[in-house]
Structures are given as structure tokens and as C-alpha cells.
Design a protein around this ligand. Sequence first.
Ligand SMILES: *Cc1c(COP(=O)(O)O)cnc(C)c1O
Length: 425
Amino acid sequence: MPDMITTATTMGTAFDVEAVRADFPILARSVHAVKGRPGKPLVFLDSAASAQKPRAVIDAMSRFMEEEYANVHRGVHYLSQRATDRFEEARRKVARFLNAPGDQCIVFTRNATEAFNLIASSYGRTFLERGDEVVVSVMEHHANIVPWQLLQAAKGIVIRVVPVGEDGSFDLDAYAGLLNDRTKLVSITHCSNVLGTVTPAKEIARLAHERGIPVAFDGSQAVVHGPVDVQDIDADFYAFTAHKLYGPTGLGVLYGKREILKRMPPYQGGGEMIQTVSFEGTTFKEPPMRFEAGTPPITETVGLSAAIDYVEALGREAIAAHEHDLLAYATERLQAIDGVRIYGTAPGKGPILSFTVDGLHPHDLGTIVDQYGVAVRVGRHCAEPLMDRFGVGATARASFALYNTRAEADALAESVIAAKEFFGA
Ligand SMILES: *Cc1c(COP(=O)(O)O)cnc(C)c1O
């Protein structure tokens, strides 16, 4: 059957995956070459951990450092103004990308993790009291669990957890049942990094807002796999991380509604975020700069700008369609293998496939498929409570990106079969 299947390109879809692959220099390399023996072509199925970078991003960052680099906001000189323009242009681009009502709603952070720590520290410590409740789901990344646990330790708040169904779907009824007069914040993933489940963000926000509760979303995976509109969702906060969106590491984004950000105190203190400093008292800038203490990741914002241009040029709907095709095909190929169990089959899920193989430890599986050049993640995927929910210690996870092909899904399936044979499973 596999040889009857052709790639998205040869099927004549508009999405030219071979042209896309040519934009990513690293995809041309092989792995595990040893003297006298060529390596295996790289089959990169770990983009949910971090995505590879297109030439456009690499070049934009190099060019910026070669031609326009200086520190931002403080200088009157030419380059500082140039760099500040590029930095603020990135903020506008991110605002447009999320359909935020303005660029002043966009705070640059170090990553998504810092965005949640910012919400928990600034909003949480100011507006939540002992006994107040924060609602998360069981499929959250640790980045959207541990900051609330730190707040729990500091303030005595209570964390309530929305369950998922057997197929990994968000339990909306259970969620609605958890909301009460003590609920002060809801913080839920928009797409699970383990199950691929896309949550009903708009409905989640609507139910919370009926009770006047603000809602934060973890968009780290969702922004990669489809269009996101924070105004349509009516998100109060929305966070993502640049490196999963084909951009650089060291940069994250926190969207916040203007009126909420304005009420929040600084998260960290230092340069860039102050109006005046004296030992009698210091005053702070308005958001977003109030939350951007110290020299920000400047070159990285230029890289994120280029990454956004790149995915928008390809078309976010076209990318989603391509990835959906890969997910369906890879699911079919893996399901045909005896002993494979897939976690997360909710309708409309993102292109993330977590699975186990009977009789095979995920780490052994990962090690063998790597010998075939196939890069998958094995472990708990920063989501231990979810592993407990499904009663597994770990899973293997293949995640698909805009540059993956059906042939790579074939390589995954074949390497899994080889691993089974190797271990006699
Ligand atoms: C990767 C990821 C994060 C954390 O991203 P960082 O860049 O490590 O901060 C949070 N949530 C989800 C769903 C993720 O996939």
C-alpha cells in the first residue's frame, strides 16, 4: 500500500512541500554518517519540541546583526533608532498575526514559560487571595502548571483541573462545572503538545466571561498549526513561544488585553521598564514596556518577524491542510502496525502523534528509530499529569510541521516496524 501513496506535491495540491523543504538548510543533512558509510537522510519529526528554521529567518537575523544592530529604546544615534524601529515593527507584526487590537497588547518575554510566570507573578500575586481558584486542564504543559503551583505555595490558591476524555478531548461539561464564585482565572492550552487536542477556546472564554473570570491560553502549539484570532476567541491573555513557530529561541510573546495589562504591576525590575528612578520612589512605564525589564532579545524579534512573514506567505490555511493530510496518513500507517497505541484522537486535532508500542519501552523505540534517521521525542513531554491520566510512564511523539512529507511518515512507520523486530516485540 505505501508505494501507492504519493506526496502532497505530486498529488497536485497547491502546497509545494519540496520547495518548502529547500527553504530549510538543515533538512538537507544526513545523520549518523560514519567514515566510509553515508548517513541516513534526516527525518525530523520533533518540531513540537522546537521547529527548524527557514533560510529567511537565519538571513534576517544575520543581516540585522551585520547592518542594523544596536541596543533599543535608549539611544539617539542612528543605529539605535534603526534597531528600535525593527523591534517595534516586530511587535506590530505579532499583533497583526494574532489579530490583537493593538501593538501595546504585545509583551515580549523570554519564552512561553516566562509568559505564564509573568501572569502568575504579576496578575496572580496581585489579584488572587487564599482560597481563590485557578482552573487548568490535565493536558497542560508544565509551563502552565508549575507557575500556578508556585502561586499556590505563596498565596494559598487552589488549582482545579479539567479532565480529558479517552480520546483526549477537552471535557467542556466538567469545565463548566468547575467554574464557581471562587474561580479567579482560567488558564488552558489551545492545543496540547502531547495529544494534539485543540480546545474549544471561544467556548472556554465565553463560559468564564459569563462569570467575569479572565482566561489565559497557551498558544505555543496552536499558533503553529492554524490561524489564531485573539479578539474572536476573546482571550484575556494568549502566550506563545517563537522557536516553535520557525523563529529563534529566547523569545516568547504574551498578548494581554490592554485594560488588564494596565492594572498589573511589574513582573521584574530594571532598565527599560521605568519612567524615573530615585531612592524615594520609582515610577514605571505603561505596558508593554513595564513588563520588559532589561535589554530584550532584539535580534530574535527580527527573526520572529521573518518567521511570521514566512508562514503568512505560505498561507496558514494551506499549512494546516498540508499538516492535516500528514497527520491522517501517518495515523493510518501507525495504526496498521500491531501493538501500536495512539494517545489523542480527538476530532480536529493538530499534527501531533503520541504513541506507544506494546512490549517496547519508548526510549528503546526512540533510540532504534533514530538509527534510521528518524527524530522523534520520547518521554513525558513536560506533561506528567497527562501521562498519569493515561497510565503510561512515557510515550513516543512524532510531530509534523510544514516541511514534512508522506514519505517521512512512511519512514517513521518502517522504523517502528524495524524497532519491533529488533526487540522481538
Ligand atoms: C513548548 C511548549 C511550552 C513551553 O515553551 P517554552 O519555549 O519552553 O517556554 C508551553 N506550552 C506548550 C503547549 C508547548 O508546546
